[in-house]
Design a protein around this ligand. Sequence first.
Ligand SMILES: Nc1ncnc2c1ncn2[C@@H]1O[C@H](COP(=O)(O)OP(=O)(O)OP(=O)(O)O)[C@@H](O)[C@H]1O
Length: 279
Amino acid sequence: MSATTPATPYALELRELRKSFGKTEIIRGASLAVQKGERVAIIGPNGAGKSTLFNLISGRLTPSSGEVLLGGQRIDGSKPYEINRLGLARSFQVSNLFSKLSVFENLRCGLLWSTGYRYTFLRFLANLHDANERTEQLLRMLQLEKRRDDLAMNLTYAEQRALEIGITIAGGADVILLDEPTAGMSKSETAHFIALIKEVTRGKTLLTVEHDMGVVFGLADKIAVVVYGQVIAFDTPEKVRANPAVQQAYLGSVLAQNQANAGLQAAGHQMEGAEHAAH
Ligand SMILES: Nc1ncnc2c1ncn2[C@@H]1O[C@H](COP(=O)(O)OP(=O)(O)OP(=O)(O)O)[C@@H](O)[C@H]1O
């Protein structure tokens, strides 16, 4: 036996990842190490390379150089379904739901697909009972029990997003990638949905690409700031918010913009106060 105990591998690790499209390098040596169970929001300006990073992690794109490791195992160069089998699932857009299947059937398909039922019919039968039970559990978790037998196409937008996340987690992957999970939702739907995501991904490692700072600060244990194809900061929300390099490159302007409206009202009150003091 070796005298040194190997350290627990990261749930997901990017090592000096690079990706060029033609002559243009878009990902320029991005590194990131995510611990098991962490919830990470990837933020950054438009065109910084966030979606490209997601595509490199999930196998949709192959890196020009560098490594992607899932639980310590190299996955760069593997196909998306192989990466999925190894325990990484990525959310799909609503349009990828089976619109003419019921909510229950959509979830069960997601579950059976990831458990590899299609190899043999006997395995399919053996899995079916378990799959039905697990699907019922998921329905409860997603708060979609009342919609169990409705067709996916008849759900509200927020319910479709919930179903899509349900399908993503159905196969039991440990690492989940969600692309702007609350995009297009109202404020109250968003708040509810953040709580739902936290609930259904408890204990899992979660990465989201997110533009909405409310969602970022509500959901993430850590924030990875991507600027010009590199991860320029990776830390807790408080530390990222206070990081001068992040302020300068990105967050300062975004937060300033987000707070502008609220700030106007506060400024109004301060002005009133100042006028009273002057008199
Ligand atoms: N397949 C591709 N071929 C050529 N260029 C691409 C390809 N995919 C992405 N790009 C370019 O890479 C850059 C980064 O794009 P990407 O979508 O990763 O950024 P992003 O940070 O997700 O942006 P946004 O926040 O606007 O969604 C962009 O300039 C984009 O045009």
